[in-house]
Design a binder for this molecule. Sequence first.
Ligand SMILES: [Zn+2]
Length: 259
Amino acid sequence: MSAPKPEIRTFLCRSDNIGVLIRDPATGACAAIDVPEAGPVLAALDEAGWTLTDILVTHRHGDHVEGIPEVKRRTGARVTAPLKAGDAVPDVDATVAEGDVVRVGDLVARVWETPGHCADHVTYWFEAAGVIFAGDTLFTLGCGRVMEAEPATLWRSLERFLPLPDETQVYSGHDYVLSNARFALAAEPGNAALAARAAEAERARAEGRFLIPTTLGAERATNPFLRAGEPSLTQGVDLAPGTQPSVVFAALRAWKNRF
Ligand SMILES: [Zn+2]
């Protein structure tokens, strides 16, 4: 039996948050990944004719959870949130931690704890479907800000993405692709695949699209934060050849903060 293929819709919330719905066509179960804002999530459900059964929360920041009370009141969806978020996420029904499994109908996700952006951050990996919801850990051409840890903590979280198959689809919590592309080009000016991708990002923005999802293969080839182990990035931050990737990563992250 082949794995069920999910249906997925993305849409803009607030100014640069990405709303996502994932639905199992076999059972009709449907989850929102975070609820940055109730209105766009309810509108997307309406438009698709889908019934929300679950809300999967990646982390406790307000721009990911503010819409939960209204959406829960309107749909009755069950709210699953990181255990480490404590009581910062409203209306939680179930908590998850490293290695837990969550189900959306017949779709199965494994929970990774991916701290760094914040201490409670989790990532939902639907392995059989080849889809991962990275929240504010990994962005198209970028990564989250380090807010509650040493940079090496976020690097260790990002390292977990590296072995995933090329075609894995990565959904992130924000569309920062243009500023990320500008930084990536500064950090690794000789990367031809990156130059092509930056041009694609400009085109997408002009046409009102965002480059989400991205694929792990594309990120491995172009995202400077996943490429901290490459000699070209070590050189990009003026560190000695052979410097540990976590140190290169910290230098890249510090540079991006002032970029
Ligand atoms: Zn956040």
